[in-house]
Design a protein around this ligand. Structure first.
Ligand code: G3P
Ligand code: MG
Length: 248
């Protein structure tokens, strides 16, 4: 029954852009992924104060910007002033925390596919999801180059309620016993999981059930050699150059 089959035309997705090559979740990181040949990127979208949507991973601003405090409490005007590049290297000083719209425009102008991971506190599902979905409806052209993923099934359930045609991907550190029910409930496209916890039995079951299988975050190709044989469709990596041999 899974008809959403055209989307995944890649074996390698850059993680947070290309997190080993440039400051994660910045436009520089997205461009770096494209420069080394990645055709898809994974980035995280985070709800901040005043309904702002930015590309950011952490619950606090401290690690990846020159700001401090809770990400969700930061106001868009404040976040726009932050430096999100200098912590990584001086070369990237002045790099900004992108808004979701900045990122959507940049990714499409580079011709990339997007795996958009929704980050949030569970209480925020009702706030972040409709807003992200409206932004995608208005600013993303090609549904076959878009996947929406989240560790929170409730977020994906709401995505599905809003638009049944999006390619949805539950994320798991450990795959739960009832994964099949979870995926079926939102007509998921893909199961995205931690490569290091995935077993061969689980991988083969996911593939037998007709889903795509993506694994994060592998930077050493040797560590996912077996996974390709088990049916893994794509790897999410901080450095796509390490997997360039796949497209050679
Ligand atoms: O989408 C895969 C991966 O990004 C999930 O973990 O913490 O890096 O967002 P995290
Ligand atoms: Mg992520």
């Amino acid at each position: 029954y899974i008809v959403k089959d055209k989307v995944l035309n890649t074996k390698v997705m850059g993680h947070r852009g290309a997190a080993l090559l440039a400051p994660e979740n910045t436009l520089a990181s997205i461009r770096a992924a494209a420069e080394v040949g990645a055709t898809w990127v994974e980035i995280d979208v985070y709800l901040i104060a005043e309904g702002g949507l930015v590309i950011f991973h952490d619950d606090t601003l401290d690690r990846c910007t020159n700001g401090t405090g809770l990400t969700r409490d930061a106001r868009p005007m404040e976040v726009a002033e932050l430096d999100a590049g200098a912590w990584f290297s001086e070369k990237f000083a002045g790099e900004k925390v992108p808004t979701l719209l900045d990122a959507l425009e940049c990714i499409q102008s580079l011709g990339l596919g997007l795996n958009l991971e929704i980050k949030h506190d569970s209480a925020d599902v009702e706030n972040i999801v409709p807003s992200v979905m409206a932004m995608l409806r208005d600013h993303w052209e090609d549904n076959n180059k878009l996947m929406i993923s989240s560790f929170n099934l409730a977020a994906l359930e709401l995505c599905y309620e809003i638009d049944t045609q999006r390619h949805l991907a539950p994320l798991y550190e450990y795959i739960p016993d009832d994964w099949q029910e979870q995926l079926a409930s939102i007509k998921a496209y893909s199961l995205n999981c931690d490569y290091s916890r995935l077993t061969e039995t689980q991988a083969r079951a996911v593939k037998a059930a007709g889903y795509k299988l993506l694994c994060y975050t592998a930077n050493d190709p040797k560590k996912v050699e077996a996974h390709w044989e088990w049916g893994m469709d794509a790897v999410i990596t901080d450095d796509p150059t390490n997997f360039a041999f796949l497209s050679a």
